[in-house]
Write a new protein. Structure first.
Length: 263
């Protein structure tokens, strides 16, 4: 089972589950925990092979990585804690896992908060992925990760986010990184489906105005999907929860309360 941590609220029956991205861990939410646990029950988890969810040496490199299997890891934790329904907050690739969970277990998802959401890999992103596939066996994975982190978060004000993700990526096994990398390189059909299907679950996209790779697509998705809204944080890059935590926390908590009052 994945490593996870819970914070139980004295009176609230609302759960908020945080899902980090590839190469990160639950520590990327360190600027959120204090504020969110004042309002909700909080579940933080480390995805397979990340943070304290160390792979089982016996089967770590034999276990097939698919978006469905990684989604099942999350559901296993929910079941173990008896959490029937939760709000989900994700960042970067974590938003894809949340959207996939909503597709497979819509009754478990009260709302989705998608930070730095990925809903399409544009031409430049796909070129980078193909370059990574070619180089992954000959170039140390940390070099690749640093390169991709710089492409996604290039500005000076993105530096803290870059350093945080690179520091967390150092904890990954080389083969573990390659498995996750292969997973992201096969992502296009899934994202195409997500863009086409309006799942009708309340969804709040919170994006950085400088998230040049992914923001344009999110603007189009929000126009097409009825229950989706978008808030753009100006002068902010991809990892909005780290770069602008006060704005992120305020807007997301406000949104979750509004969803909770409607239900």
């Amino acid at each position: 089972m994945l490593h996870y941590t819970t914070y139980i609220h004295e009176t609230s029956d609302q759960w908020v589950t945080f899902v980090h991205g590839a190469g990160g861990s639950s520590t990327i939410w360190y600027k959120q925990v204090r504020d969110f646990k004042k309002h909700f029950n909080v579940l933080l988890l480390d995805l397979r092979g990340h943070g304290n969810s160390k792979p089982n040496i016996k089967d770590a490199f034999d276990k097939k990585y698919t978006f469905d299997s990684i989604t099942e890891d999350i559901v296993e934790v929910l079941d173990h804690e008896g959490i029937k329904e939760s709000h989900f907050i994700g960042i970067s690739l974590g938003t894809i896992l949340i959207r996939n969970l909503a597709e497979n277990y819509s009754n478990r998802v009260k709302s989705m908060v998608m930070g730095g959401a990925i809903m399409k890999l544009n031409f430049r992103s796909q070129v980078l992925m193909r370059l990574g596939i070619i180089c992954k066996s000959v170039v140390p994975y940390l070099w690749l990760y640093k390169f991709f982190a710089f492409i996604i978060m290039p500005n000076k004000n993105h530096r803290e986010s870059r350093l945080l993700f690179v520091r967390e990526a150092k904890k990954l096994y080389q083969k573990e990184f390659i498995r996750w990398f292969k997973l992201t390189s096969e992502i296009n059909p899934l994202l195409r489906f997500f863009r086409a299907v309006d799942i009708r679950i309340p969804t709040f996209y919170i994006m950085g105005g400088e998230d040049y790779l992914f923001l344009p697509t999110i603007r189009k998705v929000v126009k097409a999907h009825r229950d989706s809204t978008l808030f753009v944080i100006e002068d902010c890059g991809h990892v909005v929860n780290v770069e602008q935590p006060m704005v992120f926390n305020q807007k997301v908590i406000q949104y979750l309360h509004s969803v909770g009052h409607k239900s």
